[in-house]
Design a protein around this ligand. Structure first.
Ligand code: TXT
Length: 410
């Protein structure tokens, strides 16, 4: 059965494929999904693998998203304590691959029906011509809103940031509630505003840093103005908890979020009636409209002593059948095209909303450094939102940090 050990189980026991082709041994899997809303579905899925392969014991270990990247790098580097399979966020995958910590999967049982994967989902699993992971879920961001508050205030859903400010003013006047919760401690929440001003963090094609150009400065001014004008509220820490509770308790009318927030949001008193949750595209800025691409892959540790069972486990957990179950139960987006037309998925409104959003989400460069762009950015983003630094200075400081990180980039 699933032994959900505290953390960091070792893949020490060897596994092998008996002459009968039967898989055996243990597979330790580090799952980063949210405890209390997503983890039980993924745990149940892994139990299904054990039923199918009674000779294999899956050790399910839930490692918080904020800790898993470094934990895996430390374990892989030291050669002890790394799991056989890790849920590798899209930006971690090229970094782990570059470090040599992932087993290449081309030609193994991990990759079945590779053509069924969405091109944009498969992109983050490719590195220097090889495939180092299997896409599990893909996501982007939308504007979540409370239908009842909008009705009480007699306002329509905003399509632009200007409309968002007008709508928030009316909501405040009519209901006393704040319009938007804008997460201030995670720079992923800044990206749709940056894209709205026609900007981006870097331009990988020309190997140039662009976050400190005019659109980046403008976008920081836009988010600062949302807070200073009272249209949005924010926090410098505990953003996830504060955002979720403010929205679930009906204290704010809107938040920007992704499919991974849906299961937790439906647990809120305001959304017991699921019809009260509306989702639309993130508001457009002065130049453009766009939301970022995120998601997670399953990757096999290069030092696993049970590669055969790890390949089979990765394939099972990302199969069309598994993805359909996850879409039905958690409204997460499949990475396989064939799953969207399956019963239970094709009529899921959340999935139906996010699919076109994911299809036009702004791609990010899948280079080893792509994940490292957020730490320097969030430092400046939070300081701008809390009035500790001016937008011009925040943008410049971020750009300077990026040029240290990205050797030789302009
Ligand atoms: C700072 C981090 O920057 C980047 O991360 C970006 C990321 O690249 C973006 O794509 C985006 O991720 C989306 C994600 O796509 C979306 O799916 C969702 O994920 C859900 C799951 O769905 C849900 O199941 C559950 O798991 O919970 C997940 C999380 O809710 O939401 C994510 C956004 O939250 O945004 C991330 C930034 O947050 C780096 O990659 C590092 O992670 C880095 N952290 C390390 C940096 C180390 C050095 O400083 C520091 O020492 C270490 O301690 C820190 O750990």
């Amino acid at each position: 059965a699933l032994a959900a050990t505290a953390c960091g189980g070792d893949s020490g026991e060897t596994g092998d494929k008996k002459a009968s082709g039967k898989l055996s041994g243990t597979v330790t899997w580090w799952d980063t999904s949210t405890v209390g809303s997503e983890d039980k579905v993924f745990k149940k899925l892994a139990e299904g693998f054990e039923k199918k392969h009674p000779g294999v014991d899956v050790k399910y270990v839930n490692v918080p998203f904020g800790e898993a990247q470094n934990k895996f790098k430390n374990a892989a580097q030291s050669g002890s304590g790394a799991p056989d399979v890790i849920r590798s966020e899209v930006a971690w995958t090229p970094e782990f691959a570059d470090l040599g910590y992932l087993a290449p999967l081309d030609g193994t049982a991990a990759l079945k029906d590779g053509k069924d994967f969405l091109a944009q989902a498969a992109a983050s699993t490719k590195y220097q011509g090889k495939t180092y992971a299997v896409p599990q879920v893909i996501d982007s961001m939308g504007l979540f809103y409370n239908e009842k508050i909008f009705k009480d205030a007699g306002v329509e859903v905003p399509k632009t940031i200007a409309e968002l400010k007008t709508v928030s003013k009316k909501i405040k006047d009519k209901t006393g509630k704040t319009g938007l919760y804008l997460r201030g401690d995670d720079a992923y929440w800044f990206l749709s505003f940056l894209y709205g001003e026609g900007g981006d963090l870097v331009d990988a094609k020309s190997k140039s840093v662009t976050v400190d150009q005019e659109p980046g400065v403008k976008a920081l001014k836009v988010v600062k103005d949302l807070v200073d004008s009272g249209a949005a509220k924010t926090d410098a820490t505990d953003g996830w908890e504060n955002m979720q509770s403010a929205f679930k308790d009906g204290k704010v009318a809107m938040m920007i979020n992704g499919p991974w927030a849906v299961a937790d949001t439906f647990a809120g008193k305001e959304f017991k009636d699921k019809a009260n949750l509306g989702i639309t595209t993130v508001p457009a800025g002065s130049k453009s409209q766009g939301a970022p691409q995120g998601g997670h892959n399953l990757a096999v540790y290069a030092g696993s002593k049970n590669l055969d069972a790890s390949y089979a486990f990765s394939e099972y957990m990302t199969s069309a059948e598994s993805q359909a179950l996850v879409a039905k139960e958690l409204s997460l987006l499949p990475t396989r095209t064939s799953v969207y037309s399956q019963p239970g998925v094709s009529d899921n409104q959340i999935v139906g909303f996010f699919k076109p959003v994911v299809d036009k989400a702004v791609e990010r460069p899948w280079i080893p450094e792509t994940g490292s762009l957020f730490a320097p950015l969030v430092t400046e983003y939070t300081k701008v939102l809390t009035g500790q630094t001016a937008p011009e200075k925040g943008a410049k400081a971020t750009g300077d940090q990026y040029r240290k990180l990205l050797k030789g980039w302009k």
